[in-house]
Write a protein that binds this ligand. Structure first.
Ligand code: PDD
Length: 281
């Protein structure tokens, strides 16, 4: 497997990052995950725009993001699978450990690779997944996609231990998002998700889903909801790069029912965008 590392393509066994890399020492790095549907790097431009915002917010030196596209196309040439996941990580570079930013001229570390992923199974789509709620104990700038994901890791592991697929974060009594996805419900026939604030990641799949919902003339609201409202929702689903749109059918042990009509319509519309044939029975 080839990896892109600071402008070069190397075999993964040769790809080495120094121990003084700030991504390793401080989590001082941003990342993106982009799904590969066949040959299509889905929503590349939106992901790169979010990466640019993150780099600016953290005051990173300029990074040539256009060069990343050429490198991604080169990595894609190795592809021998249907669906893949492209990972980009950019850290503030390598410098002896100090909380202060490294001196001007320190080059960011840029890495990128593609790995195959199993498409979401028909069973999961037909049955939906169970989720649990957990307190949102993350920092207040989760809109920046940094690699500092420890609270997300702990939340996801907790969900897994309880036989659930995802953990849904609750802050100040309302649902923000999941450990690696955004969260939608349908209640009173209206599609709802939390509005963009610094307490959620502005998910690209969330954005695409909202656009598809608008095109389908589905009633919708960008308004937070409580766990109680989620327990009594008609439908619920997660959105994220790895999962696309994934129906949620059980929340903290309350069963909502089989994946409903709004979720199914959005799934079909999403597959049309990503040129995937329908996986609903
Ligand atoms: N995570 N919220 C969080 C906290 C996330 O980590 C993610 C994605 C999302 C969904 O965003 P998008 O639709 O742009 O993928 C929401 C990625 C996939 C990950 O960390 O692997």
């Amino acid at each position: 497997m080839r990896v892109y590392l600071n402008g070069e393509f190397v075999d993964i066994s040769q790809a080495r990052i120094p121990i003084d890399d700030r991504g390793f020492l401080f989590g001082d790095a941003v990342y993106e995950v982009i799904h590969l549907y066949g040959d299509l790097l889905f929503a590349w431009d939106l992901h790169i725009e979010r990466l640019r915002f993150g780099l600016q917010a953290l005051e990173f030196p300029p990074v040539d993001l256009d060069a990343l596209r050429q490198a991604a196309d080169e990595l894609k040439r190795d592809r021998n699978f249907e669906e893949g996941s492209l990972y980009i990580q950019i850290s503030r570079g390598v410098h002896p450990r100090s909380h202060l930013f490294p001196p001007e001229g320190t080059a960011p570390t840029v890495v990128m690779w593609i790995r195959p992923v199993e498409p979401v199974s028909r069973e999961l789509l037909a049955e939906g997944v169970r989720v649990i709620t957990v307190p949102d104990d993350r920092w207040a700038k989760v809109w920046i996609k940094t690699v500092g994901l420890l609270p997300n890791v702990l939340a996801k592991q907790k969900a897994h231990r309880q036989g659930a697929y995802e953990a849904i974060f609750v802050r100040d009594g309302v649902v923000t998002e999941a450990s690696s996805a955004n969260v939608f419900i349908v209640r009173g026939g209206v599609l709802r998700t939390a509005p963009e604030t610094n307490y959620i990641l502005p998910g690209i799949t969330r954005e695409v889903t909202l656009r598809l919902a608008r095109a389908l003339n589905l009633p919708m609201e960008l308004r937070p909801f409580t766990p109680d409202e989620m327990y009594t929702a008609e439908e619920a689903f997660l959105t994220g790069t790895n999962i696309g749109i994934l129906p949620v059918t059980t929340v903290d042990g309350r069963y909502l029912g089989k994946p409903g009509p709004v979720t199914r319509r959005l799934l079909e519309a999403f597959w049309a965008e990503t040129k995937v044939s329908s996986r609903l029975g």
